[in-house]
Design a protein around this ligand. Structure first.
Ligand code: HXC
Ligand code: NAP
Length: 283
């Protein structure tokens, strides 16, 4: 799909880059020639992913960091710059989430998710954006949100609030920082199987099946599909795209929003029957 060296010479910093979709994006970016810097709280997944990138011939380094702590983020960005000379792209992918009836949430539960997703994305954006502006260096930011950033969703209120905020951050700074040649875009994924999301959000096999059945394309997303979309948005090929959010969800959110979408559950015989009744009534 892309030229083999499309991202050669670019350094990409990706939060949450040791697991799930972050790892998949990191491996794909590296395959196309980018240097990868991975950041998250746990050492083990970061080390594993960095080793995998190097094993495949790429360049990767990592640092542990809790994105809720601005000082830690600033030190992590400094380390990334030292390691590769410069950072060209930031992917705000780290997230925290769980399902809970909202009345059962504690303020700390709300703060944990909003702290990771919204404050964390802001911290990384600020730490890099300041450097880019000071050095008169262009930069690209890709934020990973989700479709309930604009629809909202029951039982994931902290995450919905935070992702809506990240989308607002994307659009606001696209307008404010365009003059510094800093682009910001977002991807809104539907369901993509990962350990992190599935263990916290999909409570049973039965629910997983029902979830899948409500996706018009009839399946969950494949990591490589999301990774290739991310490649486009971080590459110079999308140089005139900023403030945009691209949905990749097999049609899920539109299916959920349409008032008559549940008619998809009607078997063909029922449509036949209704058609017959309508024609008979006409005569
Ligand atoms: C209610 C919960 C809870 C739960 C934690 N809390 N889990 N409340 N239901 N299931 C509360 C705790 O009781 C505590 O409040 C507060 O949240 C902080 O919990 P800690 O465990 O101390 O926090 P921390 O170690 O910082 O962990 C953060 C976390 C955790 C978000 C709670 O799940 C995490 O580390 N997640 C990272 C990875 C992740 O979530 N990946 C999924 C992304 S998927 P009290 O008051 O008791 O102190 C995603 C998909 C979106 O975003 C769209 C899908 C379609
Ligand atoms: P994941 O594997 O759990 O990814 C979350 C990552 O964030 C982990 O690597 C985690 O590493 C890191 N992280 C969490 N808290 C952190 C903190 N305080 N500081 C630094 N890093 C932190 O789940 P995923 O499914 O791949 O999710 C990746 C992104 O896609 C998220 O933004 C998520 O909201 C989004 N998304 C996923 C889906 C889906 O269906 N999978 C759908 C829509 C959107 P540590 O625990 O080591 O810190």
């Amino acid at each position: 799909m892309y030229q083999a060296e499309l991202l050669r010479g670019q350094t990409i910093l990706i939060t949450g880059g040791g697991t799930g979709l972050g790892r998949s994006m990191a491996l794909r970016f590296a395959e196309l020639g980018a240097n990868l810097f991975l950041a998250a709280r746990r050492e083990e997944p970061l080390r594993n992913t960095a080793e995998e990138i190097r094993r495949r011939g790429g360049a990767a380094a990592w640092a542990t960091c809790d994105v809720r702590d601005f000082a830690a983020v600033d030190a992590m960005v400094e380390k990334a710059q030292k390691e590769f000379g410069r950072v060209d792209v930031l992917v705000n992918n780290a997230a925290g989430n769980f399902i809970s009836p909202t009345e059962r949430l504690s303020p700390n539960g709300f703060a944990a998710v909003v702290g990771i997703v919204l404050a964390g994305s802001f911290h990384c954006t600020l730490a890099l954006g300041r450097r880019w502006i000071e050095n008169k260096q262009p930069g690209t930011i890709l934020n990973i949100v989700t479709t309930y950033a604009w629809t909202g969703s029951a039982f994931v209120v902290p995450s919905a609030c935070a992702k809506a905020g990240v989308l607002a951050l994307t659009r606001s700074l696209a307008a404010e920082w365009g003059r510094h040649q800093i682009r910001l875009n977002a991807i809104a994924p539907g369901p993509f199987p990962t350990e992190g999301a599935w263990s916290r959000l999909i409570p049973s096999k039965d629910y997983e099946e029902r979830h899948r059945n409500r996706i018009p394309l009839g399946r969950f997303g494949r990591h490589e599909e999301l990774a290739d979309l991310a490649v486009y948005l971080v590459s110079p090929q999308s140089g005139y795209v900023t403030g945009e959010c691209v949905t990749i969800d097999g049609g899920q959110w539109l299916r959920q929003g349409g008032q008559f979408s549940d008619l998809l559950e009607l078997p063909p015989e029922v449509w036949e029957e209704m058609e017959k009744t309508r024609r008979a009534a006409k005569r």
